[in-house]
Design a protein around this ligand. Structure first.
Ligand SMILES: Cc1cc2nc3c(=O)[nH]c(=O)nc-3n(C[C@H](O)[C@H](O)[C@H](O)COP(=O)(O)OP(=O)(O)OC[C@H]3O[C@@H](n4cnc5c(N)ncnc54)[C@H](O)[C@@H]3O)c2cc1C
Length: 373
């Protein structure tokens, strides 16, 4: 917006003082707004989003309703211990249940299609029983993960020695879920200012000033940063590392055998079917340094790498054409736990949702709502 002077009508309405301002309208911002408005219907809640639509990770991901793969859970337990790992799994499990309790499967193309992980050695499968025991209190099934090698042929996979199945995982349409969340927000009178970038936030004893351009500020009682990978300018002391995820999508493929969500290499590669197309993303670990960026681009190196993976592992002996390529930006840290905390008297944050925000955000919204109240 140009620095034109504001009118009294604008100041009294769109730019009036609010009880709570949320910055960022991805999954985290939207679920947070819903939790707050449901608990405190009398509070005025405004979401400020810098782009016309949420543009970070939420509209650009793979749409896994993700529980997490076997090797990912083992790796998490080795890095952060079982207690934190199970807390995170529980959050995802309950997050997925919450999504299903708000929206019908048809509304968001939710399918409990099962998740699979390709393994090429026995190391992880040797720990299957141990991991299942840890997960039992959450999933209430004795075999959350099971070996399903018979499906390797059924799905037409190449270069895959073992396949681990997880019936708790599903897929959904991220765009449709976001649209339903926005619809829900409108229903409960959450307000939006889209195409409006927050430049800075300053706090005094009585209120917050949220600067949206040189001449224009908005006053609020509290602010919640839901800016994920784009948070560094507001949260200087938190460890937030941007991580780009590149994606390719094929044209429809005749007689496609593959169905479900698939993980490979500790979750660095992920692919699924969308009807009779394949969406494949990841391989960040092939070029870590370049992908530590918040620039929405695709690179020739990783796009070629993904295409080769598609040829060798997912669609061996089958022709395919790439229809679309895009990238999205995640937020990572040395630890996988999201950062949900009070930063000062009036400022809060819910950021760093790593590669699992679809499932985590509904619970993160509840957690930050508890902090704010
Ligand atoms: C390629 C890819 C694949 C993924 N696959 C999956 C998956 O299959 N399953 C899964 O669970 N997770 C997946 N993820 C991760 C998941 O998408 C994220 O964890 C989740 O979307 C994070 O949501 P968010 O709302 O915290 O952040 P975002 O969606 O990034 O939203 C942050 C918002 O803040 C806005 N913003 C930033 N700065 C400002 C500012 N100054 N003023 C105003 N607005 C601002 C941005 O425009 C953006 O809309 C994937 C991510 C990527 C990139």
């Amino acid at each position: 917006m140009k620095n034109i002077s504001t009118s009294i009508w604008e100041l009294d309405t769109f730019y009036r003082k609010r009880d709570i301002v949320i910055i960022g309208s991805g999954f985290t911002g939207l679920w947070t707004a819903i939790s707050i408005k449901e608990k405190f219907p009398e509070k005025s809640v405004l979401i400020i989003e810098r782009n016309p639509i949420p543009t970070g990770a939420s509209t650009r991901n793979a749409g896994f309703a993700c529980f997490g793969s076997l090797t990912e859970i083992i790796s998490d337990s080795e890095k952060m211990g079982w207690d934190k790992t199970l807390d995170l799994v529980k959050m995802r499990f309950e997050g997925l249940q919450k999504i299903q309790s708000y929206f019908s499967a048809d509304e968001i193309d939710f399918e409990l299609c099962g998740g699979y992980e390709i393994l090429n050695n026995e190391k992880a499968s040797d720990r299957l029983d141990e991991v299942n025991q840890h997960l039992f209190p959450i999933t209430k099934t004795e075999k959350t993960f099971r070996i399903a090698n018979e499906k390797i042929k059924e799905f037409g996979l190449g270069k895959s020695e073992f396949l681990v199945e997880n019936l708790c995982e599903g897929s959904l349409h991220s765009g449709k879920l976001l649209m339903k969340l926005v619809e829900k927000c409108h229903e409960i009178k959450v307000e939006f200012l889209c195409g409006t970038e927050v430049e800075s936030v300053s706090e005094n004893e009585n209120e917050l000033e949220i600067k949206i351009n040189k001449n224009l500020s908005l006053i609020s009682d509290k602010v919640i940063f839901c800016t994920n990978a784009f948070s560094s300018k507001f949260l200087k002391f938190e460890e937030i590392i941007p991580a780009r995820g590149q994606v390719i999508l094929t044209e429809p493929i005749e007689n496609l055998k593959l169905k479900g969500t698939f993980h490979y290499d500790e979750g660095f590669y992920y692919f699924r079917n969308i009807g009779n197309r394949i969406l494949l993303g990841g391989a960040r670990n092939q070029d870590f340094k370049t992908e530590e960026t918040s620039i929405f681009e695709t690179t020739e190196f990783l796009q070629n790498h993904l295409e080769n993976f598609l040829k060798d592992v997912i669609l061996p002996n089958q022709d395919f054409k790439i229809a679309m390529r895009w990238s999205g930006i995640m937020a990572m840290g040395s630890e996988k736990m999201p950062i949900v905390k009070q930063l000062s008297e009036r400022q809060f944050c819910a950021v760093r949702l790593s590669g699992m925000g679809v499932a985590l955000a509904p619970k993160i919204g509840e957690m930050v709502c508890e902090l704010v109240s």
